[in-house]
Write a protein that binds this ligand. Structure first.
Ligand SMILES: Cc1cc2nc3c(=O)[nH]c(=O)nc-3n(C[C@H](O)[C@H](O)[C@H](O)COP(=O)(O)OP(=O)(O)OC[C@H]3O[C@@H](n4cnc5c(N)ncnc54)[C@H](O)[C@@H]3O)c2cc1C
Length: 308
């Protein structure tokens, strides 16, 4: 009997896109060998600078392609969590996200919001990821070959049967097939002591507390360039708004400004597809990497398994 030779898949990236995809692929088949390429000293991940919170924000189905993708991705994240929560007890927390607000747009978004001392409130389930720990756990579970190497062109990987490019906002560095934009993302972060994690949107200003990191976060915000005054002003205005609603915050100068980049494709739509024979891209997650990566991982792994 001849032994079946395993197909080989090269994955570029070591962020949420790459590691979640590999988790789905290797959970579903052992007929493929994965080698991962990355270089954090040259190309640091956005995934570690992320506030990494996922709430569906009452997004309706059937209104836009973007909304539908967010919904489908949230459902896939729930299914992932249902199957795997025991493996990620320290890496993911499930909490209630509360959105406080008022006005026409708020009520259109949350028709069932309840009256509250801050206007109206709407509570829904949210997932807080601890980025370092979550990625570390995925790597341990995936247990695939990992090579620290900068890739400058796909030709370097010509010995592999499949290439999956999860290089995030660096994609343009060597991929000339995708039309994407790089925007910035930032938040304010300070040490704080509180007894539980929470996530609040207070009249469009986000306040997050990650208990495990003892971190209080204001934001994040998005800008076109790295870093616009507008983006900074938004965070400062949020600090002021939250103070006006009686939140006891550290002084403004105690906050650190955390900045990174976001990868934006056409109409903010993420892309996971085969763009050339056996070459795939998986990216454009923009503000929702910890939400989209699960649906992307599921669908992309199905595409590749279908070819084995
Ligand atoms: C401030 C901020 C807050 C955010 N908050 C949230 C949030 O609350 N919820 C949410 O869901 N999303 C959030 N996001 C978005 C989310 O963090 C990103 O969408 C996600 O991290 C992108 O992941 P990625 O794996 O595509 O890219 P990255 O994490 O950037 O990973 C890219 C990988 O590719 C490797 N690489 C790149 N080029 C090369 C090369 N040439 N050779 C070898 N390796 C290469 C890099 O080393 C890296 O490992 C936020 C983003 C920012 C910036």
């Amino acid at each position: 009997m001849t032994k079946k030779v395993k197909k080989r898949c090269a994955v570029i990236g070591d962020g949420i896109a790459a590691n979640t995809f590999i988790f789905y692929l290797l959970s579903r088949t052992s007929d493929i060998k994965v080698t991962q390429f990355f270089n954090e000293s040259l190309f640091p991940q956005s995934s570690l600078k992320s506030t990494a919170i996922v709430a569906n924000r009452n997004t309706p189905f059937g209104v836009s392609e973007y909304g539908d993708l967010l919904n489908k991705s949230f459902i896939e994240l729930e299914s992932f969590y249902l199957k795997n929560s025991a493996k990620f007890l320290e890496e993911i927390e499930v909490i209630d996200h509360i959105d406080y607000g008022n006005g026409v747009d708020y009520h259109r978004k949350y028709p069932n919001a309840r009256k509250s001392k801050y206007g109206f409130e709407f509570a829904e389930k949210a997932y807080i990821f601890y980025p370092h720990e979550f990625l570390k756990k995925l790597r341990e579970l995936n247990n695939n070959e990992r090579i620290k190497q900068a890739i400058t062109e796909y030709k370097q990987l010509s010995e592999y049967d499949f290439i999956v490019d999860c290089s995030g906002h660096y994609m343009k560095f060597f991929n000339h097939y995708v039309d994407s934009q790089i925007t910035s993302g930032s938040y304010l972060c300070a040490d704080f002591d509180f007894d539980h994690s929470f996530s609040i949107t207070m009249h469009r200003c986000n306040l997050i507390y990650r208990k495990k990191y003892k971190q209080l976060i204001i934001g994040s915000s998005t800008g076109h360039d790295f870093m616009e005054q507008k983006e900074f002003r938004h965070l400062k205005a949020c600090y002021k708004t939250l103070g006006e609603y009686d939140f006891q915050l550290p002084s403004f100068n105690e906050f650190e400004l955390v900045r990174s980049y976001r990868h934006k494709m056409l109409k903010r739509l993420p892309v996971w597809k085969e763009f050339k024979k056996n070459k795939y891209i998986n990216g454009g997650y923009f503000r929702n990497g910890y939400q989209f990566s699960f649906l992307a991982g599921k669908e992309l792994s199905e595409m590749i398994i279908g070819k084995l």
